[in-house]
Design a protein around this ligand. Structure first.
Ligand code: IMP
Length: 197
């Protein structure tokens, strides 16, 4: 076989977020033909009813595997704040209520932490991969502090109030390029990539 021929294998990323799919393609490389839910015409809202990140990631990956019978993976992320006993954790997306905005969530966290001196927090991402029908898990984590007032406009979610250890900028100030090298999600995806290669 000529050495320049590269065969890629299909893998589905159980996400509706094209930004995440793009990021994952960059990390996994050309050996994998990564398809998002949009790419396979799946517009369904996939259930996420577990009470752990690992449970939710597995639930999403299993849903896709059962419906499409293809190697696939899913991720789930939470922000764990030490002084709030690990909240919002697995409930990070809807911490301030069912139809809340990112700003509502940030406001709720800052209100709950008012006057607290322990500002330690971490983001955790769990990736669940189903490869040839078998589940595998990968975790990425980044530690930091919740600052008192939001700073920066890039990113999303809790980025304006999360300052990773070793940096003097929040995720929302440092911009995507730097964040995507050090983030919880990048680390979990990197662990997935190490396993798949
Ligand atoms: P998901 O599992 O990636 O959908 O993340 C759940 C929730 O965690 C999101 O709705 C955001 O509120 C928060 N989140 C996840 N990743 C990040 C991040 O990189 N920065 C800030 N917030 C995040």
């Amino acid at each position: 076989m000529p050495s320049f021929l590269v065969y890629s294998m299909d893998i589905i990323f159980a996400t509706h977020n094209e930004h995440k799919a793009h990021e994952a393609r960059g990390i996994l490389g050309e050996k994998w033909n990564l398809k998002s839910l949009h790419d396979i015409g799946c517009e369904s809202e996939i259930p996420e009813t577990a009470d752990t990140l690992r449970g939710n990631a597995l639930q999403k990956a299993q849903y896709v595997f059962e419906h499409y019978h293809t190697n696939c993976f899913a991720d789930d992320t939470g922000l764990e704040i030490e002084a709030l006993d690990g909240r919002p954790g697995v409930y990070s997306a809807r911490y301030a209520g069912e139809h809340c905005t990112y700003q509502d969530n940030v406001d709720k966290v800052l209100a709950e932490m008012k006057g607290m001196t322990n500002r330690k927090a971490c983001f955790k991402t769990v990736v669940a991969l189903i490869l040839d029908g078998e589940p595998h898990f990968f975790e990425g984590r980044v530690d930091g502090q919740i600052i008192e007032k939001p700073r920066g406009t890039a990113g999303f979610g809790y980025d304006p109030v999360f300052m990773p250890d070793g940096y003097d900028q929040t995720f929302a100030e440092m911009g995507e390029d730097v964040k995507n090298h050090i983030s919880h999600r990048a680390r979990a995806m990197q662990a997935l990539q190490d396993f798949l290669k």
